[in-house]
Each structure stands twice: as C-alpha cells, then as structure tokens.
Design a protein around this ligand. Structure first.
Ligand SMILES: [Mg+2]
Length: 322
C-alpha cells in the first residue's frame, strides 16, 4: 500500500464542521476561524515505549495521541477547530492502522473535530506528532500567568490514576496482590484513554484565573502556574481527589501516598479561581489548596506537616517549614 492509498483508506474521512472549508486531500487544508476568534496551536510528539507502553492497543494509541492535544486546548479554554497527524511507522500493518484510526476518529467525532491533514513516513520507531488548532474569544483564554494570591486551587476528576496504571505495566510486582483486577483495568484505562476536559475548560474560561492540564504531575504543573504568575501555593495532600481504585491501592500500600502529587498523564485540569466563584463550578471539581503571595509550593500532610517534595525529584520547589 502506498502512502496515498494508506491516507485515503484510514485517515481521509468526511467531516463537516463550519470551521473547515477543505480537509485532507489538497496541498493545504483551509480553515475559517469564527469572527473575532484568536487561533491557538499546540503540538505533542509521542514516541512508542516512552510516552505509552509498547503493549498499548492501537485503538488506545490513536485515542491518546489526540486526547493529550485536545487537553492542551481545554486547559486554555479553547474549542478544537482542526487537527493534523504526522505518523512515523515501522510497517503499514493493516490491523494496526485500522485500530489506530478507529481510536483517533472516534475521539475526534466525540468532540466534533476533523483531521485536516498530515503525513506518513516509514521509520524504525513508531512516533506520532499531533498538532491541534483551536479557537477562542481573546478575552476568554485561560493562561498560566494569571493566578492571584487568595485564589483557590482546584482540579477536575481524580489524580494519580494514570501513574498507578503505569505501575501495573512497568512494575507489576509492586501492585498489591489483593488489589481487584477491575481496579487494575480501571487504572490502566485511565493511562491509555485520558478524557480531555474540553467542556470544563469552556466553563472555566468565563471566570477562572490560571489553568493548565496535568500532564507531568500535579506538583510540576502547579509549579508552572506559580512561576508564570509570580506567586506561591499551599496544598493539602489529604484533599487530593482519588478514584475508588486509587484509594483501595493506597489502603493496601501507603507508600504510594504522594504518587498523586508527582505522577503525570492524568490530563485533568488544574486551575485557580476567586473564592466567590466556587459556586460557578457546575462539574465535579475539588479544591485542594490556595494561592499565596510568598513564592514556593508547600504541601501539607494529614498532620499538617510540610511534605518534602525534594524526595520526589522536585527539588526546584521551595519547601515550607514543618
Ligand atoms: Mg499542557
């Protein structure tokens, strides 16, 4: 199968949205932004074995490649307008391609975004480059540099699931033997099929101050907001929202207590808002702390003591006094 046949067969799909005048098939796609809209652009590279386990199902790779990019648009309160895909493949395996395209297109359809172009190439290592284009009204874009002292810090969904899911793959011996199989499957699913929080980002665009998606871990991603905004924060370890599966794992193995602080890949939204806007959150979200003027990130454990984040490898954060 040549490159053009491959694209026609797996990737060129009819897709109608008002913002796409011409999709796959010409030298360029043609997009028409809505009136007064600014364009937001983000690219992510995913390398097999580095950004997803080698045994990941092709459907899940297709899903995740798009989901992590849509998550970046969600974090800025934008709506997806189009997406391109660069695919470097060791071989044109029809089963793999069909599965990958299915996972990719299913998520694209769910969020009303069209694949508008891309490229494929033969390469020894499976690598994916996805670029999303998003639209937003300029005064509604959420940025990292807008947190203010006194803001509440909140997060959508639950934290640590993807990190625990990765443990089930990388170090299965460290999984508590008593942990139900259904929990392992749930956590692996959270790693392989993250949900981009686009609807939540749209709501937040109306009133939240700063926002980011949790891709590298709560502590690190909150650190980006703090650095960009020139502020500090205090968060409460016991307040971190955990899934039932993660809670069961923690009960069996307390050594993973701080993993939800440092593990990445959850793709939840982390944001700050004025306390008086808390009632405007019309989706599941959990307040985990607050922004303060003093720089540095302090994490308090159940006993109110500061947790030493340096041990988690994040020694660039100031750690508050015990
Ligand atoms: Mg991001």
């Amino acid at each position: 199968m040549n490159e053009f046949a491959l694209i026609r067969r797996y990737f060129a799909r009819d897709c109608a949205t008002p913002s796409v005048l011409l999709g796959v098939g010409d030298d360029c796609a043609i997009l028409k932004p809505a009136p007064d809209e600014v364009l937001l652009v983000s690219t992510d590279l995913l390398v097999a074995g580095r950004h997803f386990p080698l045994n990941t199902a092709p459907e899940d790779i297709g899903h995740k490649a798009l989901a992590v990019n849509l998550s970046d648009l969600a974090a800025m309160g934008a709506q997806p307008r189009g997406v391109t895909l660069g695919l470097a493949l060791p071989e044109a395996d029809p089963d793999w391609l069909a599965g990958f395209a299915e996972g990719f297109h299913r998520l694209a359809a769910e969020f009303g975004v069209c694949l508008i172009g891309g490229d494929t190439v033969a390469s020894p290592q499976l690598t994916l480059a996805v670029t999303v284009l998003g639209g937003a009204q300029p005064d509604r874009v959420l940025r990292r540099d807008a947190a203010r002292p006194g803001d509440l810090i909140a997060v959508t969904g639950t934290l640590g699931d993807a990190g625990l899911g990765l443990r089930t793959v990388l170090s299965p011996d460290s999984v508590p033997a008593e942990l139900p199989l259904a929990d392992r499957d749930y956590l692996r699913g959270r790693l392989d099929r993250p949900t981009p929080r686009l609807a939540e980002g749209q709501v937040l665009a109306g009133f939240a101050h700063a926002a980011i998606d949790v891709s590298d871990g709560l502590a690190q991603d909150l650190g980006h907001i703090l650095a960009a905004s020139g502020v500090g924060a205090e968060i409460d370890l016991a307040a971190l929202p955990l899934s039932a599966a993660a809670r069961r794992w923690l009960a069996l193995d307390p050594s993973v207590e701080t993993l939800p602080l440092t593990a990445g890949d959850d793709y939840e939204l982390l944001f700050t808002l004025a306390p008086e806007d808390r009632d405007r959150l019309d989706f599941p979200a959990t307040v985990i702390g607050s922004i303060r003027a003093e720089p540095g990130l302090v994490v308090r454990n159940r006993a109110g003591q500061a947790v030493d984040l340096a041990r988690g490898g994040f020694d660039h954060f100031a750690v508050g006094p015990d």
